[in-house]
Design a protein around this ligand. Structure first.
Ligand code: CFM
Length: 543
């Protein structure tokens, strides 16, 4: 059945949405809303400033650095340097889980704490460096952690506290604690994406390469861009272990600083979330010679494909066989669940507007349920996440992107060691391996579907009114407005209270949750107040 034929055309909907905007805004937004053609991927405007006044889903640079990339590491004391309002948000609000093992009385899991320098007016006027120094000392005296990280909030950049000088000084003073800082002021860059890049740079400079312990195991790899929301990383570790593959570090779900320090001892990096961690993957390859490729563990088919890719990379016959056995075994439950649920979900519509990678990955799960993704987009991804990395050379740097440091990385004189010879790499690429690559979301979306970057609240409402999707995927900011429109919203950041959704067992969990959501009768009974009492409307005075 070609569902596109029966749905309103994406071009018409786009035109209708743009009509409401003032001319200048319409011109700008039209470049971020494109009708997809997987055969001739159109250009999408992405990673540009949101028009002031538009309600965006985006977060800030500090959120991307402290909250997203560093937050999930349990044994770093993460101190927010700033007023306590920002400190509140340094309390992890994502559902990252961690397994500290048997921590005992001296155990190291600081994720449930919220460390802030609590800057006051006086510190803003006369400088906050002394307060920061005291906070680092206090954290060291109480916890004796292996590492302390400092994160700048907006006022720190405005008044010019030299957080890097302070952390250098304290690191020298302690001798047994790695102290480093992130200039990730909220205003840097146009979204949290800038914070990812800053986090990647500093982890690479201050942490990766400091250790020299390779974990036991024949096949050792790192999993990059997996943050253990709802236990995803636990599930993937179970699966990889079952296959006989050793996971050294996950960046950064369920992670510890020691694993980061040893990241360069692995033989392969695989990348889940390309947006947040591609910089580290590239830099490790350049400095240490570890190749990386993109994987996706969201969706049963994608999981099987990714596992096979990893096994083929290591190239051991026993491993390849074991992986096939694991896939066959795990897929039995997946198939049973899909066979039962798919008749109830087939032909239904989904829309996904989230982050910088999940709006792409989760389309695989919907495909497995026979559901169509009519519209999708990221909040803060770049053109390469939409169109594929082949467009990288054509992306123009602007004032905002130039703000973020690009590290110049050279092969390490003693530790650079290519894991495969050129000939071996050639064989793998003949077999279809795309190293250092990502094809983006649009190659996998149907023709005539709508791709919208940094969607506004108004655009979201219009899409829902026009297409009446059976499920809308976004976050907490959108959840209740959308549900009042009679459409269930699945949070793809926190998973609501669900998960894990990664791997085979995760797929089964997702099938069940979506089945319950799209087939509940309750949505038809929703009667929002504005149905009886419409909002006041106004028009611009033109005379
Ligand atoms: Fe990567 Fe993420 Fe995402 Fe992201 Fe995020 Fe997230 Fe996300 Mo929320 S790192 S880009 S900044 S997969 S917190 S775990 S869910 S927006 S799609």
């Amino acid at each position: 059945m070609n569902m596109t034929m029966q749905l309103p055309s994406a071009e018409a909907v786009k035109a209708e949405i743009l009509e409401k905007y003032p001319a200048k805004v319409a011109k700008k937004r039209s470049k971020s809303m494109v009708v997809n053609d997987p055969g001739a991927i159109p250009q999408v405007q992405a990673n540009v400033r949101t028009v002031p006044g538009i309600i965006t889903q985006r977060g800030c640079c500090y959120a991307g650095c402290k909250g997203v990339v560093l937050g999930p590491t349990r044994d770093i004391v993460n101190i927010t340097h700033g007023p306590i309002g920002c400190g509140f948000y340094s309390w992890l609000t994502r559902r990252n889980q961690t397994n500290p093992g048997d921590v005992g009385p001296n155990g190291e899991n600081f994720m449930m704490y919220c460390f802030s320098t609590d800057m006051q007016d006086e510190n803003i006027v006369f400088g906050g460096a002394n307060k920061l120094r005291a906070a680092i000392q206090e954290a060291y005296d109480i916890f004796h952690p292996k590492a302390i990280a400092v994160f700048a909030t907006c006022p720190v950049g405005l008044i010019g506290d030299d957080i890097h000088a302070v952390t250098r000084e304290m690191k020298e003073k302690f001798g047994d604690c790695n102290v480093f800082a992130f200039s990730c002021e909220g205003y840097k860059g146009v979204s949290q994406s800038a914070g990812h890049h800053i986090a990647n740079n500093q982890i690479f400079k201050h942490v990766i390469g400091r250790g020299h312990t390779r974990p036991e195991g024949k096949y050792v790899m790192n999993l990059l861009g997996e943050y253990n929301i709802g236990g995803d990383a636990f599930e993937l570790e179970r699966l990889l272990n079952k296959c006989g593959i050793t996971l050294n570090a996950t960046f950064s779900g369920n992670s510890s600083i020691v694993a980061f320090e040893n990241a360069h001892m692995a033989d392969l990096n695989v990348v889940m979330c390309h947006r947040s961690i591609n910089y580290v993957a590239d830099m490790i390859e350049k400095k240490y010679g570890i190749p990386w490729f993109k994987v996706n563990f969201i969706g049963a088919e994608a999981t099987a494909k990714s596992l096979r890719k990893i096994a083929q990379y290591f190239g051991d016959k026993d491993l390849i066989e074991r992986v096939e056995k694991v896939i066959a075994e795990e897929c039995e439950t997946v198939k049973a669940a899909a066979d039962e649920i798919r008749p109830r979900t087939e032909g239904k519509l989904a829309m996904l507007f989230v982050g910088g990678s999940r709006a792409h990955h989760y389309q695989d799960l919907f495909r497995e349920l026979g559901m169509k993704t009519m519209a999708a987009g990221y909040e803060f991804a770049h053109r390469d996440d939409y169109e594929g990395r082949r467009v990288l050379p054509t992306i123009q740097a602007d004032a905002d992107s130039r703000n973020i440091e690009e590290l110049h990385v050279e092969p390490d004189p003693s530790e650079y060691q290519p894991r495969k010879t050129d000939a071996e790499m050639q064989v793998l690429s003949n077999e279809g391996y795309e190293f250092n690559d990502y094809n983006g979301m649009m190659t996998e979306m149907e023709k005539g579907t709508l791709v919208v970057d940094d969607i506004s609240h108004y655009e979201m409402e219009k899409l829902i009114e026009t297409y009446h999707p059976n499920v809308f995927c976004a976050g907490i900011k959108e959840k209740y407005c959308v549900q009042k429109m009679g459409v269930p919203l699945k949070q793809l950041h926190s998973y609501d209270y669900g998960g894990p959704y990664a791997g085979f067992r995760g797929a089964v969990n997702f099938y069940h949750d979506i089945d319950r959501m799209v087939n509940a009768k309750v949505w038809k009974l929703v009667h929002p107040p504005w149905k009886d009492d419409p909002q006041i409307t106004a028009e611009y005075e033109t005379a």
